[in-house]
Design a protein around this ligand. Structure first.
Ligand SMILES: NC(=O)C1=CN([C@@H]2O[C@H](COP(=O)(O)OP(=O)(O)OC[C@H]3O[C@@H](n4cnc5c(N)ncnc54)[C@H](O)[C@@H]3O)[C@@H](O)[C@H]2O)C=CC1
Ligand SMILES: O=C([O-])CC(=O)C(=O)O
Length: 334
């Protein structure tokens, strides 16, 4: 039995993500929560002939409690998306409070659930969730994940375009580490399962890195004020949730990048910090998943000089973003 929950389920990401989770044969119960429209979304999805029993709740009448009770996996795409000209950090003002409120609900109603944070800015919203769980004495670092899978999905797609074979995109695995915004997104292309063409010029390599780092902007610009990536994000979120669920059900050898608190695996986290040369608290690296969540944080491994400088460039922004998230929860405690 697996109960999956989507918080923000009526939104641009929430609806297709809920559809994909409804289609996941491992999900037996699907709880949908939003401040609007969830009864309709749930009624619609409930007609699909797959195992999951779907329920939709609004805030009234203990809706958050009803949604979260018994949850094994909670995915959070609640919050506002970007418009052209905004950075992800510009979303913090609104989304920090939304995520904090939902994390309080998780602490109260399903403290053992795996929490998958999509709401931006992920670099700061994950520390908010963690601080709230800590305050409630229910924090388990193995169970909180920032979803950076869209960066990995984009890297696979863009590399397949350069290789000239879109058919390979699903098999191409590129570790993308760091965080989830701009220069904090660091693709380790030298470790791609499918190497780049050997003659790729420095200029084309830099363009590829930049496209992976700023792929979100491409969609924000094309959507022209109506939002940011929703469909590709739903695909990526469902893919990562599926990995967490499969590991929970006992499947072995599942490894994927995710932005986690580095105490999730003390030895692995310390080794990663030594590689990074900083005492940073969160970083996305490849993590191994098991029935209890994170079982191992992998090291970055061998990097090219260019990749080393990308990692170095990520650290100041990431450190600032983490502090912003932590400071918010301290302020709201006053
Ligand atoms: N991690 C990632 O890679 C990505 C993250 N995002 C982020 O995901 C978030 C959602 O994006 P969209 O779905 O496009 O936005 P949207 O505006 O279409 O949907 C957000 C939903 O959240 C709901 N919501 C607002 N406050 C809530 C609350 N307190 N409780 C429950 N639900 C609440 C809204 O009613 C709305 O239905 C944004 O912050 C966006 O930046 C978007 C793409 C990729
Ligand atoms: O760009 C945005 O604001 C949404 C996002 O995180 C992405 O598409 O990677």
């Amino acid at each position: 039995m697996v109960k999956a929950v989507v918080l923000g389920a009526a939104g641009g990401i929430g609806q297709p993500l809920s559809l994909l989770l409804k289609c996941n044969p491992l999900v037996t119960e699907l709880g949908l929560y939003d401040i609007i429209n969830t009864p309709g979304v749930a009624a619609d999805l409930s007609h699909i002939a797959t195992p999951a029993k779907v329920e939709g709740y609004l805030p009234d009448g203990g809706g958050l409690k009803n949604t979260l009770t018994g949850a094994h996996v909670v995915v959070i795409p609640a919050g506002v998306p970007r418009k052209p000209g905004m950075t992800r950090d510009d979303l913090f003002k609104i989304n920090a409070g939304i995520v904090e409120g939902l994390a309080n609900g998780i602490a109260e109603h399903c403290p053992k659930a795996f929490v998958l944070v999509i709401s931006n800015p992920v670099n700061s919203t994950v520390p908010i969730v963690v601080e709230v769980l800590k305050k409630n004495n229910v924090f388990d670092p193995k169970r909180v994940f920032g979803v950076t899978t869209l960066d990995v999905v984009r890297a696979s797609t863009f590399v397949s375009e350069i290789i000239g074979d879109l058919g390979k995109s699903k098999d191409i695995v590129v570790p993308v580490v760091g965080g989830h915004s701009g220069v904090t997104i660091v693709p380790i292309l030298s470790q791609s399962s499918h190497p780049l063409p050997s003659g790729i010029s420095d200029g084309d390599y830099d363009k590829l890195v930049n496209r992976i780092q700023f792929g979100g902007d491409e969609v924000v610009k094309a959507k022209d004020g109506t939002g940011s990536a929703t469909l590709s994000m739903a695909y990526a979120g469902a893919e990562f949730a599926d990995k967490v669920i499969k590991a929970f059900k006992g499947e072995k050898g599942i490894v994927a990048p995710s932005y986690v608190n580095l105490t999730a695996d003390k030895a692995g986290g310390d080794a990663l910090k030594a590689e990074l040369g900083t005492d940073i608290e969160y970083f996305s690296s490849r993590i191994e998943l098991g029935p209890e969540g994170v079982t191992k944080i992998h090291p970055l491994g061998k990097l090219t000089p260019k990749e080393k400088s990308l990692v170095e460039a990520a650290i100041p922004d990431l450190t600032k973003n983490i502090q912003t998230g932590i400071a918010f929860t301290k302020k709201s405690a006053l």
